[in-house]
Structure formats: structure tokens, C-alpha cells
Ligand binder design. Sequence first.
Ligand code: XIL
Length: 357
Amino acid sequence: MMRWIVTAAGFALLAAAAHQEAALKDLMPKGMVIGVALNQRQFEGGDAAAGDIITRHFNQISPENVLKPQPTHPAADRYTFDAADRYVQFGVDRRMQVIGHTLVWHSQTGAWVFQGTDGKPADRETLLARMRDHIHTVVGRYKGKIHGWDVVNEAIEEDGSLRKSPWQVGIGDDYIARAFEFAREADPGAELYYNDFNLEMPAKRAGVIKLVRDLQARKVRIDGIGNQAHWRLETPTLEEIDTSLVELHATGLKVMYTELDVNLLPNTPRGADPAVANPYANGLPDDVQRQLARRYADVFRVFLKHRDAVTRVTFWGLSDADSWLNRGRMNYPLLWDRQRQPKPAFAAVVDALRNAR
Ligand code: XIL
């Protein structure tokens, strides 16, 4: 009897160890890489525990912030590449697929970019010249090292129209095509992507597909659509994810999940009762932990069902301690916990990957 108990306990331990053993990248189907967005401490060696997990489990990296316009190009005559160089080197050293994020965006872009003389907004020619200079300099610097670029980020509104970003207002609708052309000139070997969120919403997705079709009709090079995938437990539904994937892929482009995480906290207004806004301040209840695991298994099963369309899945951060979704609260959106231990969601993803093999 005693023997049985020991054996069962031993088996449970072995099973847990087996999950820890499994490297995500070795379980991915052929043609689909698995990645994570890195913060500066992680690629600069200041967080060895994270560095080990990243090296072991992932074959692709994205830069959480260091390759955005503001950090690389803080002033018209000044580029700063120290951090970005180390990010790229981290991936090159480990033979990972290194992604660039992002070149043209309305956010995290120096205010100087959009300013003209006498406090007026910059005119079309000035903006195009700045965009060209930025793209040529940044993409050119990492030519042959960065596999693919999010050339334009978040250019479509929820209703499917073009966002009235300072780029669009200053240059006109063709700013997107121009950005892709500049990127192709700067590194003809790099893949070029359009990246956005909420692509499970039909109106927004239709706007993105229209944009892609328009670029294709004009013979502008574009290789993939990045679906950010900042999701929640219940939304979008699996059906919506599936439908969206199929429609995006029907453009002929690669589909990527570029910023995957699962937000467990409610959308509450500023100043809301902390009991409502921050319900898991003292830990995540077991049942929610299980729901998160099931959610991750479910979405991975959708990706795996469409393995011919999906070329990449990237988590937006490594562990719950690293996630941008905390913002003063306690969130639990990723596969590793704050102590860098794999969560049940990690085991669930491993199982989903194994079962699909
Ligand atoms: C976020 C980073 O995670 C934060 O650290 C930063 O403060 C703001 O930007 N969509 C994107 C990413 O394309 O670049 C954003 O990253 C998250 C939303």
C-alpha cells in the first residue's frame, strides 16, 4: 500500500519534471517559431534567471521597447543604438529569429518628428524625408540580422478607417505604402509586417485586409500580418480567433501572433475600488489559474489547427513580473509566475503542443 502511494507521488513529480524539461521551441510544429518580448535587463544579462528560460524555451525574440522610434531616434540629429545593438546581439548569439518593432507608429515617437518650423506641424515632404531617414538608418544598421520588421503599427481604427495619426494627417494615406517601400529599400532581405490589435473585430479586420489588398495591388512588398493578441479569458472567442486567422491568411500573407498575453484584470476606470480593480493583489485563486491554463491550451489549439498559416507566436513578456499589464496592479497574463516558476498554463501549452504532434 505504502509503495503505491510513493509510486503515485513519484509519478506526479516525474510528470511535473517532464513539463519543466520540455522546451517549448522543440515542441512547435515545423515552420512556426515561438518567441518572447525582451526588456532591457533580460538581454543585457541583468536578469540571469530570465535569460536562462528565454534561451532554453524560445527561438525568436522581439524588443519590448528598445527599437521603437523614440528610444532609437530621440532627436533629429541623434540616433541611440546601444541598447538595440545588445538586443540584436542577444538573439544573434543564440541563433534566434530577431524581430524589429517598430518603425512607424503614432506612439513612443519623439514629438520632434511631427514638428515643423514656427511651431507648425511638419509638412508632407519633411515628414517623408524624416521617415525615410529613420527607416533607412535603423533597418540598414541591422540588415541581415533582423529577420522581420513591424513596419507600421496600429494604423487602423476600430471602425476600419485609417487612424488620423500625425503620419496620416501630415503625409496622407500613402504614408503606409511609403514606409513599406523605404523598408524594402533598406533591407530587401527582411520580411515586412503590418501589426495591429483587435483584429478579431470584423470592422477593424476588414480595414486591415483592405489596407493589405491595396498594398498588394500597388505591388508594395508586405509579407505578414501581426495580430497582437492582447486577449482576455473570454474574449475574443475561439471562433472569432479562428475566423480572423482564416480571413487574414486569405490575403496570402503569413499570420503571426506578435504580442500574446491574457489580461485577467477588469477594465476599470481610474480611481475604482481596489477590491474591484485589483482583485488578485494577494495571489491568483486556483480556479482562475485553471481557467488561464485552459485559455492558453485553447488558443494554442487554434494556432496548431492552422499551422500552415501561422508562422510565429510571441508572448509579450516572459513572466508575470515582467508584464506591461501590471501597471500598478497584480496581473497574471503569462506562462511563468513572479518567481519565474512555470504556471499550470505552461504545462497546458506543453500538452497542447505534444498532442498536436
Ligand atoms: C508596450 C510596452 O510593453 C510597454 O513597456 C510600454 O510602456 C508601452 O508599450 N502594442 C504594441 C507594443 O505594439 O509596442 C506595446 O508595448 C503594447 C501594445
